[in-house]
Design a protein around this ligand. Sequence first.
Ligand SMILES: CC(C)(COP(=O)(O)OP(=O)(O)OC[C@H]1O[C@@H](n2cnc3c(N)ncnc32)[C@H](O)[C@@H]1OP(=O)(O)O)[C@@H](O)C(=O)NCCC(=O)NCCS
Length: 154
Amino acid sequence: MTVALDVRKAAEGDLAAVVEIENSSFDQPWRRETFVALLGRPSVDILVAEIGREVAGYVVLRSTVGESELANLAVSPAHRGTGVARALLAQAVETASERGATWIFLAVRASNRKAARLYERFGFREIGTHGAYYQEPPEDARVFALEFPAASRP
Ligand SMILES: CC(C)(COP(=O)(O)OP(=O)(O)OC[C@H]1O[C@@H](n2cnc3c(N)ncnc32)[C@H](O)[C@@H]1OP(=O)(O)O)[C@@H](O)C(=O)NCCC(=O)NCCS
């Protein structure tokens, strides 16, 4: 049996699962309070991917006039490599477009080749680096951007 993958807006009830995935994904995880605060912000979209009734991953998108930042993305270790991140990215791009963005940017640790490959395969292009952007461990960020084709702009 194939269990459907559904991407939808997050609710407060999803945050326990989101925080658990966050803690198992990053050395310096965001705290629950950060997610709670972002859920209440009109300029922020938190989307969760659900497999059956289980939250398998999430993405956080922050939008301002004309652009969106993909601020966070993670998939639970048990569900990695099955297309969950791709589904989340696809919905994030659609959401950004609906908000009037013409491009999305994001920063990724220089050593995170898996994530960089995901973004590249999705059409993102590397546009620069931020020196010593991360702490613990200190590391540069690679900055990627995806520009929407003019035809798909609102
Ligand atoms: C990076 C991450 C989000 C990928 O999630 P995922 O659901 O496993 O990714 P998907 O299954 O949708 O795969 C999409 C693409 O990611 C890349 N990818 C996924 N798993 C990979 C692996 N084990 N090795 C190399 N590339 C991989 C591939 O390009 C893949 O495309 P393909 O299947 O056409 O080759 C996940 O590994 C994760 O949560 N990592 C920890 C948190 C993190 O690094 N977040 C990103 C911060 S910028």
